[in-house]
Design a protein around this ligand. Sequence first.
Ligand code: 5GP
Ligand code: MN
Length: 332
Amino acid sequence: MIYMNPFAAAPAISQQLTDAQRIVILTHVSPDGDAIGSMLAVYHALQALGKDVHALASSDLPNYARWLPGVDNVTVYEIGMHFPEADLVVMVDTATLSRIGPIYDEAAQTLVQLPIVIVDHHVTNNGHGTVDFIDATAASTCEMLFQLFSAMELPITPDIATCLLLGLTTDTQSFQTSSTRAESLHVAAELLKHGADQERVTKEVYYTLPASSAALIGHALYGLHVDGPIAWTTVTQEMMRDTQAEDEAGDEVVRMMQRIAGVKALVLFKERFDGTTKISLRSQPAFNVAALAQEWGGGGHSQAAGATLHMPPSEALEKILPQLRALVGVTE
Ligand code: 5GP
Ligand code: MN
């Protein structure tokens, strides 16, 4: 059942929680601030309800989230790890089960037999959970969780408020994205009232850039191409090795590219260690990159989407650039 409204979703989700004691929280691979903020906020809320909770991340947490209240309770899944005994899965900020990566690859049999509650704001989410609260107009899953917890009359502690504020801050890039709505600002105000540590969130998100990320930005922007309204660059494995940068550094490259005047759509090609290429797409509001990402088996939001192409960056470039040019109306 798919609900778009927190008040409609609240009774159904409460019922699922009442029926379960052992609950596993999952989110997407390469988790971002919204993913981890959501995961931990749900963790705190379920703990307060007396549940046995497992927060299981599919891959490493970004640096800027490693200080959040309760973060030591997040287990980072490793290949071959036993999937915890569970009565219920809560999946946050994740459009499809396959987006949870290695956990899905190894525990799909178990997962498909468990009831799943999904809370997500991806436009590409089809709502395949048992109970789905999906609102593609929300700027972040964290903002939806604030609404949901309020509708369920769950107490919003300062720890929960801090976790939610981190996700709201990162997914809106501090209320700059076109997805930012009045409700996002309203929720932010409420989170501050509930004791969110905004000073720490801002410091960790914007002013603790690892030096290795700064070095990677340098390498990547040296190879930047801007051709009329489109921009692109590549991050290779060699660059990752040379700079010792962590995965999240690529996001910083994207953010720098977004600041270039006149760019309507951009793509970062990131070479993975297995030879595949991760693309990160961003666009101005008139252009929908989620549809383009979906053509390659990916997804996301209309202004921020991604996919994995099973080919090296040089080939991915030849496939994606013509599509991106077509999207923004450049004829070759
Ligand atoms: P990013 O470029 O920052 O990795 O991702 C931008 C948005 O697209 C995020 O909301 C992310 O969840 C989504 N996204 C990125 N890669 C994929 C993918 O391979 N599949 C799907 N379904 N969504 C993706
Ligand atoms: Mn999100």
